[in-house]
Design a protein around this ligand. Sequence first.
Ligand SMILES: *Cc1c(COP(=O)(O)O)cnc(C)c1O
Ligand code: SF4
Length: 338
Amino acid sequence: MTNPALSVIKSDLAEKWQQILSDLITDPKELLQILQLDADKIPYSRAALQQFPLKAPRPYVDRIEKGNWQDPLLRQIWPSTQEEIGQAGFDTDPLAEAQFNPVPGILHKYRGRVLLTAAAHCGIHCRYCFRRHFDYQSNSPSRQQWDAAFDYIRNDSSIEEVILSGGDPLAISDRQLAWLVEQLAQIPQLTTLRIHSRLAIVIPQRINRDLLHSLQQSRLKVVLVVHCNHSRELAPELAQSFGMLAANGVTILNQSVLLKDVNDNSPALIDLSKSLFQHNVLPYYLHLPDRVAGTSHFDVSEAHAIALLSSMQTQLPGYLVPQLVRETPGQSSKTRIA
Ligand SMILES: *Cc1c(COP(=O)(O)O)cnc(C)c1O
Ligand code: SF4
């Protein structure tokens, strides 16, 4: 006979990340209180909150320094009054993505690989996000729409890699994810499954055995591209969980966004690269921010970005220097800078 108390504990553990995901901090006043900050120092915009609500997981907030209104982790989630500043050239669809959306849930811009919206929501709202104006409503496939998406992939023999994106694909349950991975593995010409996730960083509990299990048993080669912008975001336990994924054949890479007053200095970037490596992750891309309406206060000039990259190149081994890129509408890949 199984001990009911024990099984409760077991399922509690398994669902921990989902509890965290359903208990996000959404009220700026609560965040101020936790961080022991005064609203005078760091005002917030109601208009910004309405356009793109505050969402922050508690493990991420735990990593913010108390009393520091300039903390680089806080800056990434705070609905600042600066978002109200309109700027010429900062648009709601800067990447002109609407035209690459052949069926709901699919974004097909580059040869050989497609992006598939696996979840409409995220575990955190990053204020600089280029998807903050995205029409998720019409891009969250129902089960029938999934079939149309799979057919689209199946019918284009040039597609070898599917990139699960979002939202955040790791916001869906382990069961749904296992189903999705299984469906994709049945498409014969696919060789690679890529998962783009920030949730893996901001809710470290997400990297669990069930996830490992569904990735490890797939015939597809798996790449996990996490999104981390600052070394302080990396929880120590991630070294072990990423190590476990890597030991099971998953390649783990990181993409960061270069953000003003978050990571736009060479010590922060160098520290991030070294710290990622200690956590079994290699740097992949360093993105110049997209020109999205409401995010101009994060913008970094191309000249400054190039100077930062040269500084990294002189101080780091080559494998710890990410590629500096920008996304330019109409190009067949990301644009390498410098
Ligand atoms: C960034 C991106 C990819 C992946 O590009 P890689 O250079 O292979 O990392 C694929 N599709 C879309 C629409 C993208 O924006
Ligand atoms: S997790 Fe990714 S998609 Fe979601 S808000 Fe942040 S940057 Fe945007």
